[in-house]
Write a protein that binds this ligand. Structure first.
Ligand SMILES: *Cc1c(COP(=O)(O)O)cnc(C)c1O
Length: 438
């Protein structure tokens, strides 16, 4: 019988220089510097300073052994995914550059990109949960994430238990004990602890460090802690530094930042990414090359945009705080609860630019306010260059039963605002005239 061809050492020319420079004279380069060129070598693309958009469904192998080697990566016979480009459902140059750059912001080893935030979250959960398993999650979650756990995964025999975002270490311990008992009953395991912090739209923070300590004490490292960091990432919170294993994003929000695309990502250690990559290879759901290219452009300014939006939000909230028609604010910069303030101080680098305003009155007053805004647009979503305002009780959270809405603090007097990068005083003038009409 003929010997199998050894595919180990055919060199593959790649889009990026190896090894890549991430430091100069012992100085570690900052993410904002690396966003301009990391992961791309112009010399491999006709000298094009910016990465071209690679519109192709498949990639030519330089020889048969290289094709074999790449498929060993795709099928998991070789760890870490394909080391070459194969087929556009698996990988592509624009997506790989984007993944390399996203990983930098969270200090992650690896990242994966998807066609939406929800694609990222659904494939992540499916990769880890089997029938009989239990997912433990903080609440509230983004409505579609909560629905995927309670309505879709449940059809495949995956159970869940949730706990309130602000829970103490003792409460988290108790929830994990219940989850372990439930998993034992179903003949499964606790598959994942899934967090969202701050929670939408209340801005309640989860104590990632306490969740991590509870997991380590009861479940060892077998069960990953994943967290949706869309509201504060990548600038204002780095969950992997606090003990989380996997960070998830809707890139549609701050990272895309211009309200002109939909995409998602996850990041973490390679060994946590590999099962998710394998399922993405099977199902599809990778971000398309054009959207990946747009995100590369967005990443060059993400720090500038988020800093400006954060400064604007601080000024606007200072104005709103003293206003006679405002009952209260759900803004991370003005936390009064000692437990929440403690979590904030340990976890967050900034208060963000998405917050809730509670007006005196109810739906009628909020609607008058929203209908009077002249600069801020009336729309859901967040994290874009423009300021948006919405009424969660009658819009994003309309489908949530009213008792659950009340328990979560989503009242008829709540307006959610995402501050953009306009002039702060212009925004204040807009909110001032809209409040006068209430
Ligand atoms: C928008 C959002 C999502 C879903 O992301 P898409 O890109 O719209 O699929 C998930 N989590 C949070 C916190 C979000 O704000």
């Amino acid at each position: 019988m003929a010997d199998a061809i050894d595919s180990t050492d055919t060199p593959t020319p790649r889009r990026k220089p190896k090894p890549e420079k991430t430091s100069i004279g012992g100085r570690e380069l900052k993410p904002s510097t690396l966003m301009m060129g990391h992961g791309f070598d112009p010399a491999l693309s006709e000298g094009s300073l910016k990465a071209p958009i690679f519109l192709t469904s498949t990639f030519a192998f330089e020889n048969a052994a290289a094709g074999k080697r790449h498929f060993e990566g795709i099928t998991g016979k070789r760890e870490g995914g394909a080391e070459g480009l194969v087929y556009s459902r698996f990988n592509g140059p624009n997506q790989e550059i984007l993944e390399d750059r996203l990983a930098i912001w969270d200090g992650a080893e690896d990242a994966l990109t998807f066609s939406s935030g929800m694609t990222a979250i659904c494939i992540l959960m499916m990769a880890y949960a089997s029938a009989g398993d239990v997912i433990v999650h903080s609440g509230p979650l983004y409505a579609a994430s909560e629905g995927f756990v309670s309505k879709v995964l449940s059809k495949f025999g995956v159970g869940y238990i949730d706990f309130p975002a602000g829970a103490s270490r003792e409460e988290i311990d108790a929830v994990l004990e219940r989850a372990r008992a439930k998993a034992d009953e179903g003949g499964g395991k606790v598959a994942m602890i899934y967090l969202e912090s701050p929670a939408n739209p209340t801005n309640a923070l989860v104590d990632i460090e306490a969740v991590c300590a509870a997991r380590d004490a009861q479940l060892k490292k077998s069960c990953p802690i994943a967290i949706d960091n869309t509201f504060l990432g990548p600038l204002w919170q780095r969950p992997l530094d606090r003990g989380a294993d996997i960070v998830a994003y809707s890139l549609t929000k701050y990272v895309g930042g211009h309200s002109d695309l939909v995409a998602g990502s996850i990041a973490g250690a390679k060994h946590w990414m590999d099962p998710v990559r394998a399922l993405r290879n099977t199902m599809g759901g990778i971000v398309d090359p054009n959207t990946a290219w747009m995100l590369l452009r967005s990443l060059e300014t993400v720090e500038l945009r988020m800093e400006r939006a954060g400064q604007n939000a601080a000024k606007v909230c200072e104005f709103l705080r003293g206003h006679p028609k405002v009952q209260g604010l759900g803004y991370l910069g003005f936390l009064e609860d000692a437990r929440q303030k403690d979590i904030y101080d340990r976890h967050c680098r900034g208060a963000g630019s998405t917050f809730s305003v509670f007006l005196k009155g109810g739906e009628a007053e909020c609607f008058r306010f929203l209908d009077s805004l002249q600069i801020a647009k009336l729309a859901v979503s967040l994290g874009g260059t423009e300021t948006l305002a919405s009424h969660p009780a009658s819009m994003t959270h309309l489908s949530v039963p009213s008792e659950r809405r009340a328990a979560l603090g989503i009242t008829d007097s709540l307006v959610r605002i995402s501050i953009g990068i306009e002039d702060a005083d212009d925004l204040i003038a807009d909110f001032e005239q809209a409040l006068e009409r209430v």
